[in-house]
Design a protein around this ligand. Structure first.
Ligand code: FES
Length: 261
């Protein structure tokens, strides 16, 4: 695309001199995010069909309290208010949820798609003022680095789940579900370890990173992941939803978990 001649800074909403289909990407992102959010919220409140044999849905892991054999601290605790809906996913899903919400890539995407602020580069936006991320509520985006650390803990549990998925009641085996959960942690690793904040943690604090050979190597690797952060973000988002669907449909008896070994 050639650079537009005029940026319609003070024009009507959506005014632009762009001639390409600039609306296509924000619309696709709007539809994709909305579909994921609707499904994830629905799945999180089901409190059923989230395990199958050694598999557990990543939406429900780690299962702190719950009725499945995966629960770390037993069933629903007595102190849990009865007037609130109970689901193991509600204890944990806020961590990856807030991590993704504050992700640098997702911010850029949903600011355009959901808030039209602006809808795309060089396209006029509906507001005349710009507050940025220096005031409430958007200043909360700075918590991303803390959600990053919590997300590593959750990712560690998902790695454990993926390993555990090879151990069936009758012994070691490989099911399609095992592979689904392994792909899930690989895609999540590509996303989480390519995080901009993680890249800063690894090398951003040094004046000259080449003075630290090990950190330099890790930094270069993280930088390569970071270059594809958008792709990792989408692939891991779609696959985590698919992993839940896979476990759910197997548990409901709709899909059969084919065993390779
Ligand atoms: Fe996207 Fe941190 S910037 S996960």
């Amino acid at each position: 695309m050639s650079a537009p001649d005029i940026v319609w800074k003070d024009g009507k909403f959506g005014q632009t001199s762009r001639r390409d289909a600039w609306w296509l990407s924000p619309t696709a992102i709007l539809l994709g995010f909305s579909a994921f959010l609707i499904y994830a919220n629905w799945a999180a409140f089901q409190n059923s069909h989230y395990t199958y044999g050694p598999y557990i849905s990543p939406f429900y892991s780690p299962e702190l309290f719950g009725s499945s054999p995966h629960a770390l601290f037993g069933p629903k605790p007595r102190w849990y208010p009865n007037f609130l809906p109970f689901s193991p996913a509600l204890f944990i899903l806020w961590i990856p949820g807030l991590f993704r919400l504050t992700c640098y890539y997702y911010r850029g995407a949903y600011y355009k798609s959901f808030w039209a602020d602006p809808p795309a580069c060089a396209v006029s936006e509906p507001r005349k003022s710009y507050l940025g991320e220096r005031t409430f509520p958007l200043i909360m985006q700075n918590f991303h680095r803390y959600f990053l650390r919590l997300s590593y803990v959750v990712w560690g549990f998902l790695v454990y789940d993926a390993l555990r998925s090879f151990f069936f009641p009758e012994g070691f085996g490989i099911g399609i579900g095992s592979l689904v959960l392994v792909v899930n942690v690989v895609l999540l690793a590509g996303y989480v370890f390519g995080c901009h904040a993680f890249r800063h943690l690894i090398g951003g604090t040094f004046d000259q990173i080449s003075d630290h050979p090990v950190r330099h190597k890790i930094y270069n690797f993280v930088s390569r992941l970071n270059a594809g952060h958008k792709k990792w973000a989408w692939a891991s988002l779609l696959w985590v939803a698919f992993s839940d669907i896979y476990v759910r449909l197997c548990s409901m008896g709709i899909w059969h978990d084919w065993r390779i070994l």
